[in-house]
Design a protein around this ligand. Sequence first.
Ligand code: GSH
Length: 322
Amino acid sequence: MIILYELHWSHYCEKIRWALDFKQLSWKKININAFTKKEIIQYGNEQNRHLVPFIFDDKTSVGMQESTPILRYFEQTYPDSPALFPIELDQFELVDRWLIELDSKLGLAARRLGYAQLIMEKPTILATLFLPQKLKLLALPGFCHLSSAILSMLLIKRFQLEKNEEYDLYEEVESYLISLSKILENKKYLAGDKFSAVDLTLAVYLRPLRIVPFFYDNPQLKSLFSWQENLFREHNREDTLLYETLIVQNRQKKPPVRRKIRDNNSTSGYLNLLSKNQEGKKIAFNDQESVWTWKILLCPYYLFFKIKKRAISQFNATESIR
Ligand SMILES: N[C@@H](CCC(=O)N[C@@H](CS)C(=O)NCC(=O)O)C(=O)O
């Protein structure tokens, strides 16, 4: 039996749930406490970084984190299960390179953009995701707003969300996704002609962007999101996660937060820099920073003046707002 320790809404964890089901392995999941992480700390870790997804395989007594190395481990340890990587070495390495690129670019960018959307549009969803249900007090309106603001600031600090605009992240991700969508114009799968780990990874990393109208309402990305939905359907994956359902409910009362479309197409090159730094490496880049440094004091400023201030609430998209 394999135990998957997870935060259910994390797209990195969704990648592992899908891989476990696809490979028909016997597994169960345990949700961790996002603050104490005591469930995974018990396994120890030399790097002292405790991340989910984390798996423990009681058949081999192996415990590990990092989604792409976990997929490699499944493939090597359970060769008789349906394959997520090609057998030929050069094709295996090609898939592996794709995975590290997607983890280091799209995985991180989608997380930044998804959290920023929740912070701008409905931060109380963060409290629903992060805070233990047992703490009923925190669900009361006053507490809920306060805890959501605190959670927003912690996330801003953890991922430096205030830099999203400085990195031209919306434009960067848009042009990256358009390039992926072009690859998928004439073929069903991203690497080779069979479903592989690359397809499931791209599909789950697109999920947080479904709540960001800048991407989901972009006519140039329609076919990419349809590709994703078809793949989810074919593989019986979860239709919507809790944060998506909650944001849809909220949009029945209040319009979504949208963003200005820029006239010029020049971008910072941030995503390319990320993938260049990771070239040839076996583990993805991560952009998490320690929360507890003096810069935490700047987070109220970042929250109100760099993130909330940019929120444009509109019923309908226009030519310059999406
Ligand atoms: N590169 C890693 C990324 C994993 C990661 O960043 N996980 C986040 C959840 S999305 C996490 O564990 N965060 C805990 C924390 O920030 O302390 C992978 O592919 O698994």
